[in-house]
Every structure is written in structure tokens, then in C-alpha cells.
Design a protein around this ligand. Structure first.
Ligand SMILES: [Zn+2]
Length: 58
């Protein structure tokens, strides 16, 4: 079983899934809101939420 953490931003009034930029080099890339730019570690308006989704196919 694998757990995926999906991040959402609620700045538009409904949860919008955050999008990850393409990974360049080997640096971890944080997902960011395409509307307000908030990320899980930079969330001044407290609009970031997440859901853990379980994948039972493993
Ligand atoms: Zn946002």
C-alpha cells in the first residue's frame, strides 16, 4: 500500500490541487498554487490543505 499526499489550496473558495513544477536537477520541488503561489511551507493566508490518499494496489 502506498500513501500519496495531495496538496490543495482553497484561495479560490474551493480546493484546487497544487501543481508541481518540473523537477530540475535533484532538488526537491514543492507544489505551488497556480493562483496565489502559496506552497505547503509558505502559506501566509493559511489556505493550504492536504489529503492523504491510499493506494491499495501495491
Ligand atoms: Zn492559492
Amino acid at each position: 500500500m502506498t500513501v500519496y499526499r495531495k496538496w490543495y489550496c482553497t484561495c479560490t473558495g474551493q480546493p484546487i490541487e497544487l501543481t508541481c513544477e518540473e523537477i530540475l536537477d535533484d532538488e526537491p520541488v514543492e507544489p505551488a498554487c497556480e493562483f496565489c503561489g502559496a506552497t505547503p511551507s509558505s502559506d501566509p493566508k493559511k489556505t493550504i490543505i492536504y489529503r492523504d490518499e491510499e493506494d491499495w494496489d501495491d
